[in-house]
Design a protein around this ligand. Structure first.
Ligand SMILES: Nc1ncnc2c1ncn2[C@@H]1O[C@H](COP(=O)(O)OP(=O)(O)OP(=O)(O)O)[C@@H](O)[C@H]1O
Ligand SMILES: [Mg+2]
Length: 254
């Protein structure tokens, strides 16, 4: 069985990439063959796995989406056993424009993944902070979407738009798309604000909210500058423990 999980929220800086990289790495540590796909031109998930932009320039997600390279040519191993990566590059920013007039432009990632996803138990897609064609491609091929919500002011602002996009994709492009769960990120139990946001999210999403909340942890913010997922950078940190616990929930939900 292979599950494709898109990590999406058009709001910037809510912890999408941190979650995509670390959830994927934790699933791999649990010996689940896992593919991490970087769908963001910012390429933060790529550099967060220690892969420099110069190395991926000739073969990355951009080339695969536009059909210039096969999926096999853009998948690469990482220094974590069981974890593979499809890297991104800033040139992906042009793909949305180039894809606009293509036939089945929303299904490019789905087509690319068709031949390779069965090699992996999990495919985790890091989406950009927009609801444009790149995110639509991710939601069209995904079995489910994981929505990170930062426990800050305006956390819920824009969520209606994301849920509406999910409904439109379900209606027109991917009827089986589900919400995998909602993840509270940068949670600080000492702050009233964090607790209020958590309560609001729980009253809206009920049991769709993961039991694991990701606390603010400086080690999680440091790890990308060393090109390492948290399980390599500091396995004993609270951040590593939280993402292992999230991976446990994902594994048990199937
Ligand atoms: N739990 C955490 N504790 C401390 N810092 C965090 C945590 N989660 C994320 N960060 C930091 O917050 C910033 C934003 O996180 P991240 O890049 O994961 O968000 P994003 O949603 O992918 O952003 P974008 O929308 O730009 O793609 C980063 O600097 C990251 O290191
Ligand atoms: Mg990101």
């Amino acid at each position: 069985m292979s599950r494709v999980i898109a990590i999406a929220n058009q709001k910037g800086g809510v912890g999408k990439t941190t979650t995509a990289v670390n959830l994927a790495a934790c699933l791999a540590v649990a010996e689940q063959p896992t593919l991490l796909i970087d769908m963001d031109p910012q390429a933060n998930a790529t550099s967060g796995c220690g892969v420099p932009a110069t190395e991926v320039e000739p073969a990355n997600i951009y080339h695969a989406l536009l059909g210039h390279r096969s999926a096999e040519e853009v998948v690469r191993k990482t220094n974590i056993p069981y974890l593979s990566l499809v890297p991104s590059h800033v040139n992906l920013a042009g793909a949305e424009v180039e894809m606009v007039n293509m036939i089945a432009r929303e299904q490019k990632l789905d087509g690319m993944l068709a031949g390779i996803k069965d090699r992996f138990t999990y495919t985790v897609i890091d989406c950009p902070p927009s609801l444009g064609l790149l995110t639509v491609n991710a939601l069209t091929t995904a079995d489910s979407v994981l929505i990170p919500i930062q426990c800050e002011y305006y956390a819920l602002e824009g969520l209606g738009k994301l849920l509406n996009t999910i409904r439109l994709i379900q209606r027109h492009l991917n009827p089986s798309l589900q919400i995998a769960g909602v993840l509270l990120t940068m949670y600080d139990a000492r702050l009233n604000l964090s607790r209020q946001v958590a309560a609001e999210v729980k009253s809206y999403f009920g049991d769709k909210v993961y039991k694991t909340a990701i606390a603010r942890n400086v080690r999680l913010a440091e790890a990308p500058s060393f090109g390492q997922p948290i399980v390599l950078y500091d396995i004993l940190s609270p951040g590593a423990q939280s993402y292992m616990s999230l991976a446990g929930e994902v594994l048990s939900h199937g």
